[in-house]
Design a protein around this ligand. Structure first.
Ligand code: IPD
Length: 284
């Protein structure tokens, strides 16, 4: 197996498509999931597991020397120096409730499989229900493939972050973790930012939030508490689309903080984030 970034991107796209097909298959026939919680939870578990298992099977057959870090199963250490970082279902709650906006996120990274130490090589995020694939290679730009509103079809459409130049005009995405204490802190931080921005959106899938910044559908995004598989592919896509993506104190993204912003608003947002409850000095 080679290390050509474009070949790796194509494989990431194919793995995401295969996982997405399984997610759609598992969702078929599931109605009123919000009202039948135990069944719904089982459905999600089955869908997540089946999608990740399939990705792992394909990788084992095609790239047996690579490592795999996925949300659902134990990490697999490889010998090639490359690791696939996989979220088989990002946006679990959207999937449960049938609100759309859930994704498969697949990235391949070089170096130690830790966000502060790895170098992302290629990645793909599939917005499963819209059939849109956001993908990128390091240094090769980010692209969109799939149907567009109005019946058009994107075929390698270059992605570009928005031209937003002020916080007051910034449409800001954010997200919340599952832990009550973390949520309380996130709520306080959002309350500080809300009066200073155009508005706030909670898409419900971190990988998609990052791709929305890449596509200029959000001007910026801020969240803390992400897992490596939530952001590995999306951060690469956003950066390759010209967004500025940082973690605590301007360093690499990690579990404490992920800020992605159109270049014209990045510095102002960075200051606002530092002043808000998202400041790393306020984080555990
Ligand atoms: C979650 C989603 C959500 C974000 C959370 C993530 P999951 O991932 O990306 O938007 O706010 O922090 O944990 O659980 O749906 O894979």
């Amino acid at each position: 197996p080679g290390t050509d970034p474009e070949q790796l991107r194509l494989l990431a796209v194919r793995l995401a498509a295969e996982a997405g097909r399984l997610l759609l298959e598992h969702r078929r026939g599931v109605v009123s999931v919000a009202r039948t919680k135990s069944t719904a939870t089982d459905v999600v578990t089955a869908a997540d597991l089946a999608a990740e298992r399939r990705v792992r099977e394909l990788l084992a057959a095609e790239r047996p020397d690579d490592g795999v870090l996925g949300e659902e199963e134990a990490a697999l250490t490889g010998t090639s120096g490359l690791t696939w970082v996989v979220d088989p279902l990002d946006g679990t709650v959207n999937y449960l409730y049938g609100t759309g906006s859930y994704a498969v996120s697949v990235a391949v990274v070089a170096g130690p499989p830790r966000p502060d130490a790895w170098r992302a090589v290629a990645g793909a995020v599939l917005d499963v229900e819209r059939g849109q694939t956001f993908s990128a290679t390091a240094g090769g730009g980010a692209r969109l493939d799939g149907p567009l509103p109005g019946g058009e079809h994107a075929d390698g459409l270059p992605l570009e972050a928005s031209g937003c130049t002020s916080l007051a005009a910034c449409l800001l995405g954010t997200g919340f973790g599952y832990d009550a204490g973390v949520r309380a802190e996130q709520g306080r931080a959002v309350a500080e930012l809300l009066p200073r921005v155009r508005d706030v959106r909670r898409v419900g899938a971190a990988a998609l939030d990052l791709c929305m910044v890449a596509a200029g559908r959000l001007d910026a995004y801020v969240e803390r508490g992400l897992h490596p598989w939530d952001h590995a592919a999306g951060v690469l896509v956003a950066r390759e689309a010209g967004a500025v993506v940082t973690g605590p104190d301007g360093g690499p993204v990690d579990a404490r903080l992920c800020v992605a912003a159109a270049p014209g608003v990045a510095a102002e947002l960075d200051r606002a984030v530092r002043e808000s409850g998202y400041s790393p000095h306020h984080l555990p």
